[in-house]
Structures are given as C-alpha cells and as structure tokens.
Design a protein around this ligand. Structure first.
Ligand code: FE2
Length: 440
C-alpha cells in the first residue's frame, strides 16, 4: 500500500474531530470538496453517516478521493451465511432465566473474519435504525482479496485473542486485546490476523441505532472516563498494486450479498471528514468509582453510548470493567443483586469478573435480560461479605457489557450450538436464608 500504513501512529487523534489525510501530497483538493477536476484524476465521493440536515454538532460525513468510485462494483448476488443474524426477528423465544456461554472454539477448518462470525444475541431492527447485536468472531486466516461492508450498523470490534489488522477505506488500524475498534456504518474494511499465520478471536457489537458517541460527563466535569484525545483514526493509505479481482461482501437488510470487483476497493488516496474508524486503548480509560462507600451504578464505566429517542435510555451503552482500586468502606464491594429494566450482555477479555469467581471464562458470554434477577455467585458473596476491607487492586481483568433498553434475544445457534452453560444457575444455589433475629 502507498501511504503511512503503519497502524496507530497517533497522528490522527480525537473522537469527533475533523481530519484531513493524503497518501500522496497534493491529492486532497483545497478550498472545495468537489472541484471540476480533482487532483491526479481522482474521483470525489461523499460518504455520509448522518442525514444531511442532522444537527451540526452530530453531523458526520467524509469526502473520499479515490481511483475509482464505489459504484464500480456489482451486480450483487446472495451470499449464504448460516450463523450471521440480524434483528429481533432472528432471535428465539427464551424463558426469563440468566444465560451464560462457554467460549466458542475456532472452527476446525480455518475461516476468515466474515465467514467466522457467529451471532449470539440481538434485538431491534436495522430498518427501524434501532437495536444491537453481539457476535463472536474467530478468524484462522486472512480475508485476502475480500472486503466487507455493513450497511445495517456500525461495528465495534473487541479483540479477545490475537491482534487484528484492519484495512479500511481511510487507512489501516491495528487493535490487540485490551483495545477496541469502531467501524462506521457503510465503510468498507477487512480484518486480518496481525501476525501472518495466526488466528484471532473476539467479540463484535453491531449497532443498528444512532452512532456511538462519548457519554455526557455531568458532574464529573470536562475530563474523565474515555478521554476524547485517546481515540486514534487512520491516515490515508491505498492499494497501489496491479488490478486484480476482489470480492465485496455487503450486509444489507439482514442478508449478505456478494459482488465481484475488478480492483481493490481500498483505493482512497486522500480524504477529509469526521466519519472515521477509531481504535481506543481501554488502558487509557480514566476509571472513576466510589472512594467512600457503596458500589456505584455501572453507568460510571460507560465508554461509548448510542442514545435512543428517550433521554438516558440507551439503544446501547458499551461499558467496561477495567482494573481498578477497591477502597469503599463498610461496603459489599462487588455488584449488588439486582433486576434492571435494561438488558445486559457481558463478555470477558481476560482475567476474572469480580461477581463471578468461576465459570465466566475469557471468550465467554452472559445474558441477563430485562428484569432477570442476577448478581454475585455464592462464592463471590461469601468472600465479599467477610473480606477485610483494606484497599485492594482488582488487577489483570477486563470485562465489558453491551447494555440495551431493548430485550436481547439469543439466536438458535446460541441456544443449541453446544456452548450454553446449562449449569449456570447452580452458582446461586448455595445462597442460604441467613435471616436471624436474636430475640430476648
Ligand atoms: Fe447486571
């Protein structure tokens, strides 16, 4: 590729910023977006992420200057994928029990990122621009001359094993476990293991709703949680090799479609705009918690939020539980037992989650739907109820939660694919009625 293809060089940073980038000096038109003749014979193309008339503070679009316009592809034909699902319609009815899954192993036959996607839980409807899905990815080989684009939603990639190298229309980013990578709706990309011959796995949050943004900070002030400047965008890079056949896979209305292309779609030589992919290192998250007493609401750990039309009721909150100090006095420090109106899907990147000492494994998943009771398992309860409350560092851990106001439905694969932990509820069985009143 030509351009500064070295990933995450840090020169483009700041969530929501307006960036300009050119892989060849002079390729970016100055003073206007669509000159009669763009430099070097490039085509100008607009990619919008919001309606033209969306309020200025939330308006997102990027201008692309490319060797061939995107319209030079197709026609599209159906592309079969048995395990990639979309919206509530592809979920199954379940009883209101807490659910948990063991890690899903990589397929015996190596698959690329697209073919290796497995949808676990979902809700909403991309045609209504609301809802979210959680998929697992597991890739044992690179995508080669294949590019993917998701029109149904933006994608948040959460690597769990192995670093990924993500080639996008705007340039190349790399993300390792502990980092997350956000891909805008409608932008072409491909995901490859960063190490040749390696395999990778992780989670994908597909957001059909309003684009992820940083949460309001309220009384926290102007700094804290995920800081704006720590989101890194790519710099322009394009394929400069000879034209060779490519395949484009498009997720569009819940179905996959494929089309041939005569040359690489990664042919953007320059661009400017604010609709961009980002990588974010969760180790930069400024974790804030109780320094007096009580376990705070987990909203304090929100990294990104996709609002719905009701203030405070997110279409999707993406929340992390990173390493942190526990110092609260006279407090049961893990999460309390609870039933929430919001639905919670959790994953574990590494380490242990403090409310589940055993059984919730890195690469696994849990689902606690709206009003489904859950909380610390019996072991965690016993330990936390009797522990000496000295300051303690909860280290070597990274869990995350995809929280949605809409009920999440598992897929048939999730329920019947052989990975459901059928003994999950047993972790609460030892909890006893400890009520005792000493009467005179
Ligand atoms: Fe919960």
């Amino acid at each position: 590729m030509t351009g500064t293809a070295s990933p995450n060089d840090g020169r483009h940073c700041g969530f929501g910023n307006h960036f300009s980038s050119e892989a060849v000096p002079g390729a970016l038109p100055q003073g206007r977006n669509s000159p009669q003749k763009p430099p070097f014979g490039l085509y100008a193309e607009l990619l919008s992420g919001t309606a033209f008339t969306a309020p200025r503070h939330g308006n997102q679009r990027t201008w692309l200057y490319r060797r061939q316009p995107s319209v030079r592809s197709g026609p599209y034909a159906p592309h079969a994928h048995a395990l990639l699902k979309t919206g509530a319609r592809d979920g199954v009815d379940i009883p209101p029990d807490p659910l948990r899954w063991h890690p899903v192993p990589l397929p015996a036959e190596p698959l690329d990122f697209v073919d290796g996607l497995r949808t676990m839980v979902l809700n909403g409807d991309p045609d209504a621009q609301q809802g979210v899905a959680v998929h697992l990815y597991g890739a044992g080989k690179p995508m080669g001359s294949r590019a993917f684009v998701d029109v149904d939603g933006e994608l948040l990639l959460i690597p769990q094993e192995g670093a990924i190298r993500v080639t996008t229309e705007l340039g190349v980013l790399q993300a390792a476990p502990g980092e997350i990578l956000l891909l805008p709706r409608g932008m072409l990309f491909k995901v490859d293991p960063a190490v040749d011959g390696g395999s990778v796995r992780g989670y994908v949050c597909e957001n059909y709703g309003a684009a992820f943004r940083l949460p309001e900070l309220g009384p926290i002030g102007s700094n804290g949680l995920a800081n704006t400047r720590d989101f890194v965008a790519p710099v322009a890079a394009y394929d400069d090799g000879p034209a060779q056949p490519w395949e484009l896979i498009r997720k569009f209305g819940g179905a996959l479609w494929r089309a041939p292309a005569a040359a690489s779609p990664f042919n953007v030589v320059a661009w400017h705009g604010n609709l961009v992919p980002y990588v974010y290192d969760t180790r930069r998250f400024n974790t804030i918690g109780s320094i007096s007493f009580d376990h705070p609401d987990p909203s304090i750990f929100t990294v990104l939020t996709s609002p719905s039309d009701t203030p405070g009721w997110a279409n999707c909150d993406f929340v992390i539980f990173p390493p942190r100090w526990m110092v609260a006095e006279d407090t049961f420090r893990p999460p309390w037992y609870h039933r929430n109106v919001m639905s919670e899907c959790m994953g574990l990147v590494h380490g242990r989650f403090d409310a589940k000492e055993e059984g919730f494994l890195p690469g696994g998943l849990s689902l606690h739907n709206s009003m489904v009771p859950h909380g610390p398992d019996a072991d965690a309860f016993d330990k936390a109820s009797t522990a000496e409350l000295a300051p303690r560092k909860l280290d070597d851990t990274l869990a995350f939660m995809v929280e949605s106001r809409w009920r999440l439905r598992p897929t048939a694969f999730a329920l019947n694919g052989g990975h459901l932990d059928r003994s999950y509820a047993d972790c609460w069985a030892p909890l006893q009625d400890n009520f005792k009143v000493d009467r005179p």
